[in-house]
Design a protein around this ligand. Structure first.
Ligand code: FAD
Ligand code: PHB
Length: 389
């Protein structure tokens, strides 16, 4: 087999890149370790920035998202019984869109399939060869057979646990990491959301988030121990804990019901530099992770796709490698700002076991500043709706 761009990973970054390239006449093949249903069963991000919406439109898959997604003009921040709102539209002129990653992925799979795009599922033992030479190739096993594809470029879109980042020799990359001493326990339930906008809550018992997918599908999270297990939490225990962490008048309106999904996500900040090695380009979670507090994971994957897509089109259409040469620098400049925002918002919203009295006073002062200062709210809004690209 031969293709122009071999994409490893059929998550949102790989699918979006493949679909965008297809629209410009550039061929790609996607190699995905799991089945399509498995990928679509993962409940992850829910808040999309304008940049991702534009890319979905450019990829020809924005229709359902524009019809069924929900524009959110602001968000609520609670601490104890206090609550205030940050108005994104007032401060930046821009709302965000609530539309699940599952739906983004589904729309992209359907578009790739309708266009006859090649996606190889259940691939095992993917290995990248000669990425530092002119003629890279990728090998894998599938249904007992050994397979190989030759290509011009490899896009490593295979997430944090993928093979792409690890294919770059250790002495050619540098990793930066911060692991948080807690996780988020999340549930999905077929109940109406407690509020029409998201509520991020810092309570004495820890962080909680009230989010949603649509009018009858809610997504809620509570901060839990990094060592906790989903089995330790019955639905009743989850709802009781959530109620204790949000203001009383909000808790009164909470509609509870059986969970249809329950999972724990660890919190981590991670960046690898550079995001390119020869003809291999890392994209999305393969290169960086943010704690979910700022809703930036999927959105930073999208900005990487944008820079890589523009570098590849410049290469194929204008025979100019400048965009590819600048890819890592351009992507990382934006990534580090999203890392900073996610880190800052995580520090502000969670309870830390080793927090001193002084640290707690700093958190309260920061919260008071955010509640009362137009400038602080504007900075938060600017980052939350997404820095430009
Ligand atoms: P992924 O979605 O991880 O896709 C990578 C794909 O590559 C997967 O389909 C995987 O099966 C495949 N793959 C892996 N290894 C190989 C291999 N060796 N060979 C072939 N294929 C391989 N972000 C938010 O903004 N808000 C959230 O609430 C949120 N919640 C999250 C919860 C969890 C549990 C996790 C893990 C992430 C969450 N994120 C959230 C982050 C967001 O979902 C990711 O940033 C986003 O999925 C990144 O997309 P991606 O395509 O780069 O990577
Ligand atoms: C979600 O709806 O899953 C969600 C929303 C906002 C976040 C994180 C997760 O910051």
């Amino acid at each position: 087999m031969r293709t122009q761009v071999c994409i490893i990973g059929g998550g949102p970054s790989g699918l979006l890149l493949s679909q965008l390239l297809h629209r410009r006449g550039i061929e790609s093949v996607i190699l995905e370790r799991q089945t399509r249903d498995y990928v679509l069963g993962r409940i992850r991000a829910g808040v999309l920035e304008q940049g991702l919406l534009r890319l979905m439109d450019e990829a020809g898959v924005g229709g359902r998202m524009r019809r069924e997604g929900f524009e959110h003009a602001g968000t609520l921040i609670a601490y104890g019984e206090e609550m205030f709102r940050i108005d994104f539209v007032e401060h930046t002129g821009t709302p965000v869109m609530v539309y699940g990653q599952t739906e983004v992925t589904r729309d992209l799979y359907e578009a790739r399939e309708a266009a006859g795009g090649i996606i190889e599922f259940e691939v095992e033992g993917v290995a990248i060869h000669d990425a530092d030479r002119d003629a890279p190739y990728v090998t894998w096993r599938q249904g007992g057979a050994e397979k190989r594809i030759d290509c011009d470029f490899v896009a490593g879109c295979d997430g944090f646990h993928g093979v792409s980042r690890r294919s770059i020799p250790e002495d050619a990359r540098r990793e930066y990491e911060k692991v948080y001493p807690f996780g988020w326990l999340g549930i999905l339930s077929e109940t109406p959301p407690v509020n029409h906008e998201l509520i991020y809550a810092n309570s004495p018992r820890g962080f909680a988030l009230c989010s949603m997918r649509n009018e009858n599908l809610s997504r809620y999270y509570v901060q839990c121990s990094a060592h906790d297990k989903v089995e330790n939490w019955s639905d009743d225990e989850f709802w009781a804990e959530l109620k204790r962490r949000i203001p009383g008048h909000v808790a009164e309106g909470l509609v509870t019901g059986p969970s249809i999904e329950k999972s724990i996500a660890p919190l981590r900040s991670f960046v690898t530099e550079p995001m390119r090695w020869g003809r291999l380009f890392l994209c999305g979670d393969a290169a960086h992770i943010v704690p979910p507090t700022g809703a930036k994971g999927l959105n930073t994957a999208a900005s990487d796709v944008h820079y890589l897509f523009s570098g590849l089109t410049q290469f194929y259409e204008l025979n100019d490698a400048e965009g590819l040469d600048l890819y890592s620098e351009r992507a990382l400049a934006r990534i580090w700002k999203a890392e900073r925002f996610s880190w800052w918002f995580s520090q502000l919203m969670h309870r830390f076991e080793d927090q001193t009295e002084f640290d707690r006073k700093m958190q309260i002062a920061e919260m008071e500043l955010l509640r009362s200062s137009e400038a602080a709210q504007k900075a938060m809004a600017e980052n939350y709706v997404g820095l430009p690209y």
